[in-house]
Design a protein around this ligand. Structure first.
Ligand code: ZN
Length: 276
């Protein structure tokens, strides 16, 4: 992996803006939400990063990487932007370089709960590579994202002509399935406090320890609980000296204690993503 990163240049990477789809205001929801599709496009300037920052792309053979790299465009997406909705066609496949996307199961009444997260170790919409073009989940940017994207049609063509890309699809889907199974058990069996601690740790790992811009509204959506429950539990973690939660930003104060508070799923999910 490190070899690929050293040998692949950065000059061909593109930057573009994408339509922004934002969350409604905080008081519009209980523990679910509907995306507001009236938002305008936003142009974002970011540092160009290498597609090989994505672990799956970095693990491809050099020939396949070179081939797919010519089809990739770099995008930056802000917190709250929606990449796909359940039941809709997957038009783009995203390989994150940095940041985090949450995959949410959405109920008919609009409530939602997180079933998996995707960062630089994963990909969003990968099953489009073998012809499954209908999204099963809502994908929402949870931590500001830099990613390479490719149209689903181009990705499928590339997968059809490359065994290492087919392997990538299978491995990524296996890892996602494992994560969804662990998260399903976690959501049903573990306390809000343990799940919140697990989620903060996971997010912190993906933001490399930076403060997390997370409102109670976002946290309630991820955990499938009310905002008041999130506020109460976050207050408890803060009072115990584990986190600092000020104006929508969470910082970890005592990581070791937070790990003790988190359920086993934190280390299980972490190992699963490392193995990928
Ligand atoms: Zn758990």
């Amino acid at each position: 992996m490190s070899g690929s990163r050293q040998t692949i240049g950065r000059r061909d990477t593109h930057i573009e803006s994408v339509p922004a789809v934002r969350l409604r205001s905080a008081n519009s929801f209980s523990c679910g939400y509907q995306p507001d599709r009236s938002a305008k496009e936003t142009a974002v300037t970011v540092e160009i990063t290498d597609p090989a920052a994505n672990h799956l792309l970095a693990a491809l053979s050099r020939a396949d990487f070179t081939e797919i790299k010519s089809l990739l465009k770099q995008v930056t997406l802000e917190q709250g932007e929606v990449l796909q909705e359940p039941g809709e066609e997957v038009e783009q496949v995203y390989f994150p370089h940095d940041g985090m996307v949450s995959l949410l199961a959405v109920m008919k009444d609009g409530r939602a709960i997180e079933t998996a997260t995707v960062g630089a170790e994963g990909v969003v919409g990968v099953m489009a590579g073998i012809g499954l073009h209908t999204a099963l989940t809502r994908a929402v940017v949870q931590l500001p994202l830099v990613a390479s994207k490719i149209s689903a049609i181009s990705f499928r063509k590339a997968v059809q002509s490359s065994s290492s890309l087919r392997n990538l699809v299978v491995r990524a889907n296996d890892a996602l399935l494992a994560q969804v199974q662990i998260t399903a058990a976690c959501n049903a069996l573990h306390t809000i406090e343990a799940r919140l601690a697990r989620w903060i740790l996971q997010s912190s790992d993906r933001s490399r320890g930076a403060a997390l811009p997370l409102t109670q509204e976002l946290l309630s959506q991820m955990l499938g609980v009310t905002r008041s429950s999130v506020g109460e539990v976050a207050g408890k973690l803060q009072a115990a000296g584990l986190i600092r939660y000020v104006r929508g930003n969470i910082e970890i104060v005592d990581r070791r204690a937070l790990e003790k508070t988190a359920c086993e799923c934190y280390s299980t999910l972490r190992q699963a993503s490392v193995l990928l």
